[in-house]
Design a protein around this ligand. Structure first.
Ligand code: ADP
Ligand code: MG
Length: 474
């Protein structure tokens, strides 16, 4: 995709002046992060990194991504309810991946005891890149779906004003009007509010499981604020506090500090390093309760890369979404090549192909949060090492998506204004609520565009690689 902003990107002086204005507007709008020096305090904050200009995205692909979001919501929900599918899919992975194994243990334990939870809430974000096809046209390909702690819905609500500002300064009024309004935090909050309402206890609270060091606090506050505006109160607690102050009554209602909890919203608990023994105990306590977990443990497992890979196998979507051929077709159209590395011929062949053409593949462990995947020479070394070991089943192999790079300016606190070659990743936020067997809410609630310099293979905004952006539909 070419940029619209070609000549503007040539004028260094103008870029610097524009950047100053953009940064001030971003600060005024609340596009904020705590600093890495003081991640526990809001005394000193800075702007979240963002692009100076919105990046061009074909409207057809935006529409496609929005249109398939409800299907992804249904799919995740179906996987989370299919214990046999989860068990079979994750069997060889959990033998070699301790983190997935521990999540799976809790899942089994809760199933055995009987699930007390009756209302289910999914807040997810499906991420895509625009694969440059043989004829040069971009094609929407899913990178992954995040079923736990999907972030930046709050800040993404505030960035449109910044890009409109930049374009207005340039007297590009028509262009400014093309920047889509976006309010994922409101939609995410409406999902939480619905789950809270169905839980049905007027004095119960929402419990946000928070990290000790949280730079992305303002993103989370955007959701909390929306809830408070609906008279739903949120308390923030760390896992440690739950293990000390959390309890279940005889009906498995969850209490923290003596207050009943209707909804548990995890903004922690998606990486191994976030769990001490005490935290695993707290997670189990939460899962055993009848409070609405977002996500419940099965839905977190539904978001693993291994599940993503198995879903791409012939017949899987049809099995999980019977009688819905249109949804199945929409979903499948977004799938990139995904390959199992389980022991056996199929896995051997995938490894051979990746070793023969490393630039066409990505090696992924069962991890979230960015910076875990292996590419190029690193991938080759890892594959050679893993080849004959069962450990390889804890990874999947994925076709590498190659979008066409374009130019933009990435603005970061303390960095000079520079035009660089970039690629973007589009995320669509989805919300669903299920009560028993009835889906009572299923919708898309907004988008997130993140852009990064092409030299970084991996990593999101939190990892310090990508920056916030807005799609400029063309
Ligand atoms: P995580 O759960 O750590 O976010 P992802 O699967 O989203 O894992 O990968 C992290 C980043 O790596 C993505 O944001 C994207 O930039 C890059 N990436 C992942 N998969 C691919 C792929 N198949 N092709 C190209 N880049 C990829
Ligand atoms: Mg990701």
């Amino acid at each position: 995709m070419a940029t619209n902003w070609g000549s503007l990107l040539q004028d260094e002086q103008q870029l610097e002046e524009l950047a100053r204005q953009a940064v001030d507007r971003a600060l005024a709008e609340g596009v904020l992060l705590r600093t890495s020096q003081e991640p526990t305090s809001s005394d000193v904050v800075s702007y979240a990194p963002f692009t100076l200009f919105p990046s061009l995205v074909p409207s057809a692909l935006l529409e496609q991504a929005y249109a398939v979001q409800m299907d992804f919501n249904m799919l995740v929900d179906a996987v989370s309810q299919n214990a046999a599918f989860l068990e079979q899919t994750l069997a060889s992975t959990i033998k070699r991946d301790d983190f997935t194994a521990r999540l799976f243990d809790i899942h089994k334990q809760v199933l055995k005891e009987g699930i007390a939870q009756t209302v289910f809430l999914g807040l997810n974000r499906s991420d895509y890149m625009f694969q440059c096809s043989a004829d040069g046209s971009p094609v929407l390909k899913q990178i992954e779906i995040n079923t736990i702690s999907a972030s930046f819905g709050g800040l993404a609500s505030r960035t449109p004003a910044v890009h409109r500002h930049v374009l207005s300064v340039l007297s590009k009024t028509k262009e400014a009007a093309k920047i889509l309004s976006n309010n994922p935090s409101k939609g995410l909050a409406l999902g939480i509010a619905k789950a809270w309402e169905l839980y049905g206890s007027a004095n119960a609270l929402v419990l946000l499981i928070a990290q000790e060091k949280e730079r992305d606090i303002f993103d989370q506050r955007a959701i909390e604020n929306e809830l408070l505006a609906r008279n739903i109160h949120v308390i923030r607690r760390r896992f440690e506090a739950i293990s000390e102050k959390g309890s279940l009554d005889q009906d498995r209602r969850l209490f923290v500090d003596g207050q009943e909890i209707a909804v548990v919203y995890f903004r922690d608990g998606y990486m191994p390093c976030q769990y001490s023994l005490q935290n695993w105990e707290a997670r189990l306590l939460l899962e055993r309760s009848c409070a609405v977990k977002c996500p419940d443990i099965a839905t977190q497992l539904a978001g693993t890369k291994k599940v993503q890979q198995e879903l791409s196998r012939a017949g899987m979507l049809e099995m999980l979404l019977p009688g819905q051929p249109e949804a199945v077709a929409r979903l499948r159209a977004t799938f990139a090549g995904l390959y199992s590395l389980n022991m056996g011929e199929e896995g051997d062949q995938a490894i051979a192909e990746a070793l023969a053409a490393p630039s066409r593949f990505v090696l992924k462990p069962q991890r979230e949060g960015g910076g875990n995947n292996l590419y190029g020479e690193e991938m080759v070394q890892a594959l050679k090492q893993l080849k004959d070991s069962e450990e390889r089943a804890s990874y999947i192999l994925m076709e590498k998506i190659e979008p066409e790079p374009f130019e933009n300016c990435l603005l970061r606190p303390g960095s000079p204004v520079q035009v660089v070659q970039c690629i973007s990743e589009l995320g669509i936020f989805g919300v669903y609520v299920r009560q028993g067997k009835t889906l009572v809410m299923n919708k898309h609630v907004g988008h997130l565009l993140r852009t990064k310099a092409i030299e970084h293979a991996d990593g999101g905004v939190a990892a310090g690689v990508a920056v916030l952006d807005n799609p400029y539909p063309v």
